[in-house]
Write a new protein. Structure first.
Length: 317
């Protein structure tokens, strides 16, 4: 055997010994889980905690499984704190203790400060029900739903504070509402308007349509869909002046100093003005062209008024 072969054989032998040694050490450093204990739970059943946890008796202990179990248990939304402790078993191996702190269960909700909205109406919007865990997530959702209800009624400045009073694992959730005043719409500013009289545009946007239950700028209903209705009224007015492609390109809202009024600014793209061209009729057997021309409100060369056009078509049908 030459020297090179001798060194190669010796190096291979050393690698095999090192591999066996590392394998033995690794096996010794990963003890089995001999038992999993549950601690701190009063309302949540042991079975649920064990089924969600990846830590099982008989498995080898792995710190990654501990982290995964904690994450999955938090996802239940039932615990405010979770810790897992490891201790050596009497016959070797590892005993794991899953220690949890539960959120209290809801006993009832009490509303304070709600003068404009009845408590029974607020209860219908509630997101937490009796017996559910009073977690920060559920409390936040409940507050958001209440504020949404107030915004729909025009109280855009309403705010809600919570108080949680716990007795023996059950909680009374107290929601205190600062309703504030209804915000009313003040002046509307229009940028980009060159062709429609400002007063005509303002009157159009403030005109109540047959489908509306109320004048939203007076009643404080400043929901986004109602504001968009106002934009549509503005574009309808432009169409009366021949600007059939007029549209609102952007808008901004801001409060007065005392936050009692909200002001609106809209930017308008008028587009090209349309003029009434030649009017021709086909298929008329009862009325002559002259008779139909006399009924038609729009004349050749006039500004195309879409409202008049629609009214005329209604007369012809």
């Amino acid at each position: 055997m030459n020297s090179n072969k001798h060194y190669s054989y010796l190096f291979f032998t050393l690698l095999m010994v090192l591999f066996v040694s590392l394998t033995h050490v690794h096996a010794q450093s990963t003890p089995p889980i001999t038992d999993v204990l549950i601690d701190g739970n009063a309302n949540v059943d042991d079975t649920l905690i064990r089924s969600v946890s990846t830590l099982k008796s008989g498995n080898l202990y792995n710190p990654r499984d501990v982290a995964t179990s904690i994450k999955q248990l938090y996802r239940l939304g039932l615990f405010s704190d979770i810790k897992i402790y490891a201790s050596e078993g009497p016959t070797g191996g590892v005993i794991l203790t899953i220690s949890v702190r539960e959120y209290p269960l809801l006993d009832r909700i009490e509303f304070k400060g709600n003068d404009k909205v009845k408590s029974k109406d607020l209860e219908r919007e509630n997101f937490i029900f009796q017996g559910q865990a009073v977690s920060p997530f559920r409390v936040t959702l409940a507050k958001e739903k209440l504020l949404k209800l107030y915004r729909e009624k025009g109280y855009l400045l309403a705010d809600v504070d919570e108080g949680i009073f716990v007795t023996e694992g059950t909680a009374v959730l107290e929601l205190t509402i600062a309703e504030g005043k209804k915000v009313k719409l003040g002046e509307i500013f229009v940028a980009g308007n060159r062709s429609v009289p400002d007063q005509a545009l303002a009157n159009a946007m403030k005109k109540k349509s047959d489908a509306e239950e109320e004048l939203f700028w007076k009643e404080g209903d400043l929901r986004r869909e109602r504001v968009l209705d106002t934009f549509e009224k503005a574009t309808e007015e432009y169409r009366k002046y021949g600007f059939r492609s007029a549209r609102v390109t952007s808008d901004s809202l801001w409060y007065s100093d005392d936050k009692s009024k909200m002001y609106m600014k809209i930017d308008v793209a008028e587009g090209e003005k349309s003029i009434m061209g030649t009017l021709a009729f086909e298929g008329n057997t009862v009325f002559t062209d002259d008779q139909l021309h006399s009924i038609f409100a729009l004349k050749e060369g006039e500004v195309f008024n879409e409202t008049k056009y629609g009214e005329t078509l209604g007369k012809l049908v």
